[in-house]
Design a protein around this ligand. Structure first.
Ligand code: RB5
Length: 204
């Protein structure tokens, strides 16, 4: 299972502990930082993992900040992310059985190391229960489509740009009259043009 791991300074100590723990149960997490105790901004690190989960590049993610609240807010801004703040075992189990959570969030200043390891193990071992819960997740997807249309399409832009790059496409010819707006995606060094809710990436 491909799992991303990230934290801010409030979760650094626990992140290090959980990275070692995951290795001991034969899971090699992709550690996206932070890599020291210096103060950083949790949205920067939460977004790294949440974006990859949103795009389907990572199956799951684990995020840790001081309380877990900030990371939860950030992660749930991404379509298809169901981030659950689970500082106890009951919430953790329900987040998998009921919500099919794909990101686990823990408060590094709230939860002790041993409990955190139990939470992680339970989260990894508990399957989604399906049934009536599936219908409810469908309703969440409907809300995403309705409320996060632009964000939803934007997240697909890097994948589109990469595919375009593979085909060695140099430009997408787009009429400026139909163009909505441009934004820069520095990570993939592409420009992305948003037209009527669709994103088209082209390599520059
Ligand atoms: C950092 O001091 C703290 O605000 C952060 O780790 C987190 O708890 C935010 O929700």
């Amino acid at each position: 299972m491909k799992i991303g791991l990230a934290c801010d300074h409030g979760g650094f100590e626990l992140k290090e502990e959980l990275r070692t723990y995951l290795k001991s149960i034969h899971i090699e997490p992709i550690d996206m930082g932070t890599f020291a105790e210096d103060s950083v901004d949790y949205p920067d690190f939460g977004a790294l993992v949440a974006e990859e989960v949103s795009r389907g590049e990572l199956e799951r993610g684990i995020l840790i900040c001081g309380t877990g609240i900030g990371m939860s807010i950030v992660a749930n801004k991404f379509p298809r992310v169901r981030a659950a703040l689970a500082n106890d075992l009951y919430s953790c189990r329900c987040s998998r059985e009921h919500n099919d959570s794909n990101i686990l969030v823990i408060g590094g200043r709230i939860v002790g190391k041993e409990l955190a390891k139990e939470i992680v193990k339970l989260w990894l071992d508990t399957p989604f229960a399906g049934g009536r819960h599936k219908k409810r997740l469908g309703k969440i997807e409907d809300l995403e489509k309705k409320n996060f249309k632009k964000i939803s399409t934007k997240s697909q832009a890097p994948a589109f740009a990469e595919a375009a790059s593979r085909r060695q496409a140099k430009h997408q010819i787009i009429s400026p009259a139909t163009a909505g707006r441009n934004y820069q995606n520095s990570k993939f060094q592409t420009n992305v043009l948003v037209i009527k809710g669709w994103d088209l990436g082209f390599v520059i």
